[in-house]
Design a protein around this ligand. Structure first.
Ligand code: MEV
Length: 315
């Protein structure tokens, strides 16, 4: 049996625009998706948490098994600290944990195969969702902080190209920030939200400009992070949130949580695909912001950032 786990993530800047090759910054959080994977003795077909694996209920598992596993039937047991469809990267953490288990069950080691795992996990998200960027899967694989940029910079890990877009993936230092996450409790469907933005982007020049503006703002965010300028960072987060609203991925409850957090924060924005899901705020008063989010009907938690990436856990 192999036990693996991967971290969830928050996107500080650049979600949605990154699907078109614009930059994005994501940070791994300490909440993890864990799984035990073992070959099934004598059984036929794969099991997930005791149920037969089906495309309808286990789309990521099924895609990954069909494309990247050439052994016999598997028995997979999951244990996730990341709510599904919450904007915190649970599907990417699931996928990378499974790919890591495949490598370890085949006699390899995660550390030797990290790049291949990240590439195959991205291909899985892309295949299941119809389109994606490598943001979530890179962050789940590498942990800590990840920057996707339009060209190579310090800390370059690898380069990925897909569907007419390309990304240079970098490791970045984890900033000293207090981040509070607020989950709306409403599940956002990433594939549908990405497709919705795509239709807008294809038919409308203003949407294309907004996507490009998010890219520019993200690189200003990188400068603010490097300079440790938290006021500027917050200002940019507020603007990024507004641009995402223009792209049509905000939700009334998400907006309520963002507004509840702002009076005690440097900045607040939705994080991940939106349409429900979660928001983040950066603040010097995390307890106060968590309470404001709770009072506004959200489920807050104070995120610990800079978590390690995919790993094999003790058997
Ligand atoms: C989802 O966490 C982030 C999106 O940009 C989709 C993606 O990058 O694949 C909305």
């Amino acid at each position: 049996m192999v036990r693996t786990s991967s971290p969830g993530k928050v996107i500080l800047f650049g979600e949605h625009a990154v699907v078109y090759g614009e930059p994005a910054i994501a940070l791994a959080v300490t909440r993890r998706f864990k799984m035990n994977v073992r070959p099934r003795d004598g059984g036929k077909g794969h099991l997930v948490d005791g149920h037969r694996m089906t495309a309808a209920h286990h789309s990521y598992f099924k895609y990954a098994v069909e494309n990247y596993w050439d052994g016999g039937p598997l028995d997979i047991a999951t244990d996730s600290e990341i709510p599904s469809s919450s904007g915190m990267g649970s599907s990417a953490a699931l996928t990378t944990s499974l790919m890591g288990a495949f490598v370890e069950l085949s006699g390899g080691t995660i550390d030797d195969e990290r790049e291949r795992i990240a590439r195959q996990s991205f291909a899985t998200e892309y295949g299941v969702q119809g389109r994606a960027s490598p943001t979530d899967t890179s962050t789940a694989t590498m942990g800590m902080g990840v920057l996707l940029a339009k060209g190579p910079m310090d800390g370059l890990l690898w380069h990925v190209e897909r569907g007419g877009a390309e990304w240079y993936i970098h490791r970045v230092d984890v900033p000293q920030l207090n981040i509070v996450v607020g989950f709306t409790g409403i599940k956002g469907n990433t594939g549908e939200l990405v497709a919705k933005v795509r239709r807008f982007w294809e038919s409308n020049n203003f949407a294309k400009e907004t996507v490009a503006d998010i890219g520019k703002l993200t690189m200003e965010g990188v400068e603010a992070l490097n300079a440790g300028n938290v006021e500027r960072l917050g200002e940019l987060m507020d603007r990024n949130h507004q641009m995402l609203s223009i792209l049509g991925v905000n939700h009334p409850k998400l907006q309520r949580l963002v507004e509840a957090a702002r009076p005690h924060s440097y900045g607040a924005k939705m994080t991940g695909a939106g349409g429900g899901g979660s928001m983040i705020a950066i603040t010097d008063e995390p307890e106060r912001v968590a309470k404001a989010i709770q009072d506004a009907g959200g489920r807050p938690f104070i995120a610990e950032i800079g978590a390690p990436g995919l790993r094999r856990d003790g058997d």
